[in-house]
Design a protein around this ligand. Structure first.
Ligand code: ATP
Length: 266
């Protein structure tokens, strides 16, 4: 078992259906990450290489981690999550060892998906951050990426909200060459995301499309927060009522979502 707190291993249960919107990104990730893991024989037959790694690029809270977990789930792979900034916070020499250990373990228990969150912290583009220690982390990462076979059983997904801040050496062909945009959700995607987060919530009189339209600028994680806040507002009303109604009558109403939007204004 790993001694690295910054790295977690799991078998995620999250599926593509738990992710609202992102249709184009899902398709791209299925083709470029899932297929090589599942159907390497088809790539052999057509003599094409799959990208070794994919960069998910987009703002925080839009579903990058979810997408990486969904790929791991659908390929029955072990999911290794590396938090870039946390790994870099370790004292000198440890970060580099951390990178090596993650890939060692990922290979040992393959198929594996290695998720490098905030990869710009692991491999920054800026020369000013080039201390000896930071350089060794990058070169370890490059060594690991170059050691992966294009149709192997370890897939790498990296995430960043600042693609320009990632060391270009990492993004060369044969490494993390494929870039997949993870955009902020449009109104339709916001409605899908709200539907997902409201799926197990009893509601009454909720016009999800209308809430979604009003939530312009909200990310998936903002919308999850809106649903949580609406639930608390519903509870507040319920507990405050003079003649407290039956708990079985507690539901989230449209007005609670409206008020939650006002509280969490983006
Ligand atoms: P960060 O870059 O901050 O790590 P991220 O893009 O990896 O963000 P996630 O961790 O995947 O974001 O999402 C955070 C939470 O927000 C999820 O657990 C989920 O509740 C909600 N969420 C985000 N995007 C979506 C989405 N597309 N569909 C449904 N829920 C979403």
């Amino acid at each position: 078992p790993t001694t690295l707190r910054e790295v977690t291993v799991e078998r995620p249960s999250l599926t593509y259906r738990d992710i609202g919107g992102l249709a184009a990104a899902k398709r791209e990730v299925i083709r470029t990450v899932e297929w090589p893991l599942r159907y390497s024989g088809l790539f052999d037959r057509l003599a094409v290489d799959a990208p070794t790694g994919v960069l998910l690029s987009g703002p925080p809270g839009t579903g990058k981690t979810m997408l990486a977990k969904a790929v791991a789930n659908s390929t029955d792979a072990n999911f290794f999550a590396v938090d870039g900034p946390e790994l870099m916070d370790r004292y000198v020499g440890e970060s580099e060892r951390g990178v090596r250990e993650v890939f060692e373990r990922a290979r040992r228990v393959a198929p594996s998906v290695v998720f490098l969150d905030e990869v710009d912290a692991l491999a920054p583009a800026r020369a000013e951050t080039d201390t000896g220690a930071a350089e060794r982390v990058v070169s370890q990462l490059l060594t690991e990426l170059d050691g992966l076979s294009p149709r192997g059983s370890v897939a790498v997904l990296a995430a960043t909200n600042r693609p320009d801040a990632v060391d270009p050496a990492l993004l060369r062909p044969g490494r993390i060459e494929k870039r997949v945009a993870i955009p902020c959700p449009d109104a339709e995607a916001r409605a899908e995301i709200l539907d997902i987060h409201l799926a197990d919530v009893p509601t009454r009189g909720v016009d999800v499309a209308a809430v979604a339209r009003r939530a312009a600028g909200y990310t998936g994680s903002d919308l999850a927060a809106v649903v949580r806040e609406a639930a608390l507002l519903a509870m507040e009303d319920h507990l405050r009522a003079d003649d407290r109604p039956d708990d079985a009558d507690l539901v989230v109403e449209g007005s609670h979502l409206e008020r939650a939007l006002a509280v969490t204004e983006q």
